[in-house]
Design a binder for this molecule. Structure first.
Ligand SMILES: *[C@@H]1O[C@H](CO)[C@@H](O)[C@H](O)[C@H]1NC(C)=O
Length: 418
């Protein structure tokens, strides 16, 4: 077992010595920021032990938990804030529904990791929306299945392809059924956008149920990704093989690969241990200007919330192929799954729902070149907004100190047009 890890680390090490200049520069900047960042992570924040329901209730909002079973048997837990702190009578026709879909390694709780005045779900609930937050298959809240156990390999044989194909339609059907609304506003962050793009292209009949899609840090093409995910891309096939060998289908942050990637980002002498071993900061980068360190203990205990190895590998495959396409099972597997040797591309021309893009300059995953390429192909792109802050990064869409003035206020204004 150690031998394989050593082999892999050697392969990765060789690759890192030849990393693209831009990637190296960003990693160096992060090193510097982590070393010179003049702060310590505080240990006390009582919110760190509360789950999504506990947090919502603590801040005086109505909280509901619902369980949804997908067509392929996954049991998903979703959370709802049906109205603001003080219940006002709903407008004629009922409250408009908002669905918030988290990204890779995240959960419903990541939307409420900012302070109560700033977190998007609370803002939307106060603005009169009926707010729902999904949990994709495989995360902390969604590890059930009608017949499979999450200890079995078969449970973990999914990526964001299946989340788009099954989870997104199940979420939409359920929320519209409970509320009696005919459509909803969908918000996606990162993988939450990927799920939407795959879902709407595979199940185009759902486009008419979307009033507006707000895509935060949109991710479909990953060719220009700067994240360390890029480092594993050339070895994505061997990594999946390796993790299968270790029976590590669930993506856990404590495996050797994460330790290794952590070591490339953080110096050993770094004081900020929590950050350096947390997969979310390793994969998404770090921006001390917009990160509220008092909230950090809460973030670190809730995130990462888990996913399948295959979700990560599917992104890494996109770095290699340069395409937004279905999972690559290898030639023989592809023939079996798709009847052709190469995986088919997702047909983004089928995404006819109105889509607004919100992207930022310092995003390692939703990189401008990839975001713009997707934007060109979107049949109904209604907005392309750059967050006006040069250091705004992938996770700042959720947690930034200035997220209201940089992002949420303009998003909320724009939504009213639909
Ligand atoms: C950071 O979060 C704490 C609560 O954990 C809050 O009291 C404080 O105002 C926040 N700081 C900023 C700059 O938003």
């Amino acid at each position: 077992m150690k031998l394989y890890v050593a082999l892999l680390v050697t392969l990765l090490g060789v690759h890192i010595s030849g990393t693209p200049v831009e990637l190296q520069r960003m990693i160096d900047d992060t090193h510097r920021e982590m070393l010179t960042g003049n702060f310590m992570v505080p240990h006390a924040n009582e919110d760190k032990d509360l789950d999504t329901m506990g947090l919502i209730k603590k801040y005086g909002y109505p909280a509901e938990e619902h369980t949804i079973t997908t067509a392929d048997g996954y049991i998903l837990t979703v959370h709802r804030i049906p109205h603001g702190r003080v219940e006002t009578p709903p407008p004629e026709g009922g409250r408009p529904v908002v669905w918030l879909q988290h990204g890779l390694m995240c959960s419903s709780s990541d939307w409420i990791m900012n302070t109560v005045e700033k977190a998007l779900p609370y803002r939307l609930a106060e603005a009169g929306y009926d707010v729902w937050m999904g949990n994709a298959r495989g995360n902390t809240y969604s590890k059930g299945h009608v017949t499979l156990s999450n200890k079995e390999e078969q449970f973990w044989q999914f990526s964001w392809h299946e989340m788009g194909m099954y989870d997104v339609p199940a979420f939409i059907d359920y929320a519209l059924d409970v509320t009696g609304q005919k459509d909803l506003y969908y918000f996606g962050h990162s993988m939450g956008t990927t799920m939407f793009f795959t879902g709407m292209s595979l199940r185009p009949e759902y486009n008419s149920k979307i009033r507006l899609m707000n895509a935060f840090a949109p991710v479909a093409f990953t060719e220009h990704m700067i994240s360390p995910i890029k480092l594993i891309a050339p070895f994505s096939a061997s990594i999946e093989w390796l993790l299968n060998f270790f029976k590590a289908w669930e993506f856990l942050p404590s495996n050797e690969i994460m330790d290794f990637l952590g070591a490339t980002i953080c110096h050993e002498e770094s004081l900020i241990q929590g950050l350096c071993s947390n997969v979310v900061f390793i994969l998404c980068g770090f921006n001390s200007e917009q990160l509220n360190t008092t909230q950090l203990p809460v973030i670190l205990t809730h995130t990462p919330a888990g996913s399948s190895v295959r979700s990560l590998v599917h992104y890494a495959q996109g770095v290699n192929s340069g395409e937004f396409r279905m999972y690559n099972h290898g030639k023989a597997g592809n023939l079996l799954h798709y009847g052709q040797e190469e995986p088919p591309n997702y047909d983004v021309s089928k995404i006819t729902a109105p889509v607004a893009f919100y992207w930022s300059e310092n995003d390692w995953l939703g990189v401008k070149a990839d975001v713009y390429r997707l934007a060109e192909l979107m049949p109904n792109l209604v907005r392309k907004y750059r967050v006006p802050h040069d250091k705004f990064n992938h996770q700042d869409f959720l947690w930034a100190i200035d997220s209201p003035s940089l992002l949420y206020e303009t998003v909320e204004d724009f939504m009213k047009r639909f």
